[in-house]
Design a protein around this ligand. Sequence first.
Ligand SMILES: NC(=O)c1ccc[n+]([C@@H]2O[C@H](COP(=O)([O-])OP(=O)(O)OC[C@H]3O[C@@H](n4cnc5c(N)ncnc54)[C@H](OP(=O)(O)O)[C@@H]3O)[C@@H](O)[C@H]2O)c1
Length: 959
Amino acid sequence: DQDLEGELGIDTVKQAEIMAEIRDRFRLPVDEDFVLADHPTLNHFTAYIVKMQGGAEPTTTVATPEAEPSVSPQDSDEQRVSHQAGTRRWQVEIEACPGIASPLNVSGTVVVSDDGWGIAEAFCQRMEARGLHAVRVGFESRIRDASRHDEGGRTVYRADPEQPEHLAWIADQLKGTTIGGMVHMAPLKLASEEWLEDAYPSSQIALAGHGWFGLLKELGGRMPADDAGFIASVTSMDGRHGNLGDRFNAVQCAASGITKSYAFERPDLRCRALDLHPEFVLDEAEAAKRIEDDVFGLAGEVEIGLDRDGRRWALVAFAEDVVDEAKPLTGKDTWLVSGGGSGVTAASIIGVAGASLNAGAHFELLGRSKLIEATSSWIDWSEDQLKEEKNALRGRLIEASESGKVTMVEWNDAWQKFTRSRDVYLTLDAIEQTGNHAAYHSVDVMDQIALQELGSSLGRPITGIVHGAGLEDSKLVADKGYEVFDRVVRVKVDGWRALLSAVVASGPHLPEFACCFTSVAGRFGNGGQTDYAAANSVLDAEMARLTATKECRAVAIGWTGWRDVGMATRGSIEAVFAAAGIETLAVEDGVSIFVAEALQGGKRRVLGCGSLGQMDTFSSFREAPLKLPAQMAATIADPSRFPFVDKVLSLDEGVHLMTQTTLSTADHPFLLDHAIEGVPYHPGVMALEMFAQSSLLLQPTTCLAGFEEVSFGLPVKLLKGPMTVRVDAVVERTEDDMTWVRCRLISDLANSKGEVFGEREHHEALVRLVEKREDLRPFLHREVEALPSIGTPPVGELIHPASFIYDRYFHGPRFQSHGGVLRGVGDAQQPGIDGLALMRHQLPATDQFAVEQDGEGVLLEALPMLIEAGFQNAGLVAMEVLGYSSLPVGIAWSTMLRVPEAEEVLRLRTLQTDSLEDGTTVHDVLVVGEDDAPVLALKGLRLKAMANVDDGQRFALER
Ligand SMILES: NC(=O)c1ccc[n+]([C@@H]2O[C@H](COP(=O)([O-])OP(=O)(O)OC[C@H]3O[C@@H](n4cnc5c(N)ncnc54)[C@H](OP(=O)(O)O)[C@@H]3O)[C@@H](O)[C@H]2O)c1
């Protein structure tokens, strides 16, 4: 019946792990109401197991959570939606994705393509350590022959990714070998190369795309469906699949598109498209380990970004509208539109022209179809007239054929030339009708020279690109030809480069606006569409990158299938969509999404879709982020304000607020200097700062007065990397100009599989707020009256420097806010110490937050380092008088009277007012400025003894 933490020394993290283990072993359901603090002893644990297994209610004082039916972590996330509510715009963003622990046991040979940084070889060695066999494939563009080499005992095949014979040769060499897994690291070769340095047509795309397609095509069948196997592709853009950075090569993404699609073709395999933070590339051993840990350790999402600090990211889509005012095009605009003569792109461009009435803007439309002049007069023809003409065409074809016959296919193909031409005339006419100009150029978008000539011949700078040209030819990898793969990829990828070179030839180095028509198949992958998804994934990432450079506003719109117009209306695609539960898009809805993107500030990656049925394997759609009052949204967006509020989870204005922050040593380096035995502990004073920030957000017309009823409970420890915590803030009462907000710091309890089964509460406090008024004197008067009566520490010389203190304390330079001991004060009943207190900018190291390392300022509300100086000073008293090291457990009351001047030298006094049997000591604290005026005070600071001080560190001050 001993207390697990207090008496047995089993800390809460370990307790949570034990409970997770118990849950597994006894097959207990996930229980969201489980509170660890309610189960302090093993007896409580036993009673809980009995209860959750349906046994008799024990007679102990165990809390009695209601058993919940088992829910998956997905179900418990209130933001996930399975959207059946029609088609709309979605913005693609990243979201933390811890993954689900699930070890993979593979046998056979692992094939790894070379990355050029040594990661592939390091990975091969790790595979061997697992008892697997490993070979490497070195892809090199434009080599004549494939070859086999021995590199330090490793078999390496060299091949040109664009030559199918080379890939077939590798497959032949590996004949009879069972493949356990394949990892395509060749895209990493592009991590240090720019797309603009690429050859034309692109050879980079072959490295990222063709080589991977070839390996899967030739060797995919050697991965037995009845055995565990995996495939993974690795890129290095920004560690977030391009959603953040502006300096990466988006061509790498072709590999991710293929992996995502292959995941649909081979659901029996574990498939992962990893994007490494660029710093990993320089550390091959670490990179290889992270890749292995991810692929062999975690199940779940395919597309994952790996951050340098251990975080994993998935891409999700938020229901979000564009909000800028519409800015119609003007006479200065010239847009180059591939695929703009017909199909959904034409419909979209007509929409933009219609929203820019009489603007005199120019649209240069591109397509391969040649115009047949006669069709210009067919614009107003009825269906019957067209039918008649089609029949007449059949007669002419029969007449011209030697056999005197014509097949349906020949007839339809011939007729399509006329209808395409008529479509183009219809588009030109519709645009002209809006008071804008349109011209059609019969040119292949991949013909870079022709496009450059077009650009320079216009005599006007091209201000916009819309890349709508695209081909689609669905076939599973095993059945898809290399030539089809190449064509589908290049129309989009090389086409984009050629369009850009037309812009350059027309004058500017980038257009002001760019839009690529991409697809949900690129975002999520789709069976049969490895090529299409590869190309669209590249364009998606490139549009995000261009926007991040701020030189061009670029958006990729990943469309679902459009109804009535375009490629999805052909063949049986509509039936396939219906069977898979994929909602299609009405033309008018698609057009209005495009018009809004183009004219109302759309950017980065967007989706235009509704329910995606089976395509949305990992429930990637989210409700719109919470709509916050404008002032609150602006305050949070300012990086210097409220650094402990990553996002607002819920808000009842003026009443309740729940905020969330992910604490990490990368974003919060102060944690490194508040670590015990290497484990960062989130300092109590920073928890108070978090409380202050959330309270001030909830009550924006107030300022911070101080705290009451502070209780520091379970410490927040970063045992396994970053940790997400929440602040729950509720207004408790208001009296005159004062408001009290009850705040709690909470985190989730999760088992080893990442399933959340309860929450734990760490710290709690009442935050005291005062209304901002011209005349704060009545408030200040009350506060001064309430200050502890412990006298004012006089100015003096240090008797012990700061190093004396930090010889005894664990705090590193970012947390050393004690400037040295001035003197001992008080008497045997009420001993105390005077010392110096340092503000944040006076610390030995001032970069407490990562943004401060980049020269940004961060404003904190609660003067946490002065409170910390109070803790440390009081701790010194306990250390001296009782011989204990102690930690703060509570504060009865505190006030903050003013923000000191930047250069002010602050003095502090703490006096021990009580010493309890259980080792708790109680202290009052006062910090004063150079004019002796009080800055901050604490009453009833309680410290709890944790350990005896070593004899060598004992000291005694004169009083
Ligand atoms: N329709 C949909 O449901 C849907 C869904 C998702 C994504 N998308 C994307 O939206 C875009 C337009 O699709 P769509 O349905 O309108 O397709 P579409 O009806 O097949 O039209 C494609 C257009 O691109 C042109 N084009 C194709 N290859 C070209 C080349 N090499 N050079 C110049 N022009 C070329 C075609 O004109 P020519 O034949 O005269 O060359 C045609 O105007 C595509 O990029 C597609 O990937 C469409």
